[in-house]
Ligand binder design. Sequence first.
Ligand code: URA
Length: 193
Amino acid sequence: MNILYQGILERYFGKETTLVYGDGNIDTGIVLVGEAPGRTEVEQGKPFVGQAGKNLEEFINILDISREDLYITNVVKFRPVKYNPDTGRESNRTPNREEIRISIDYIEQELSIIKPELAISLGNIALKCILKDDKATIGIMHGSPISVKFAGTEFALFPLYHPASIIYNRALKDVYLQDLHKLRNYIKREKLI
Ligand code: URA
């Protein structure tokens, strides 16, 4: 699967692309699905490190679980970048439709192997990918579990705002924290840990 994905990306981008694979406990009932790795993730070869890792620590503390209780992955396994010709710098951007399309097989394989009881999606990209619904929006669906069937596996999906999207928005941060407390109660009630 890794070789196939790497091959598709090489054809797509015309060069070898550094991938950041899923990481964590493959025997867990809980999977966390982000959007795509950033620069630090590519440097360290692991999802949700650097600033995103700090956000994840807060997330894990509120849920009263540990990183080892989770399998952590992203919809897209490479870093989508935009280039600023004025500064000569690359920065992160949201993956586009085509980049998501060529990445879907991979995450389907992952979830069909792990067979989680619960997937927590962070942000719109992960939500739309797992629901296979381009019209789904986090603003409406955040904070409540939904039953889904993805890659032949049935599980509960709990959509959350992406932690990166709430940094500069106090009101949204409050909603995100409320959602995390709902998720914590859900995990305890369903005895997932
Ligand atoms: N880092 C990741 O690995 N995924 C995200 O969605 C954001 C930061």
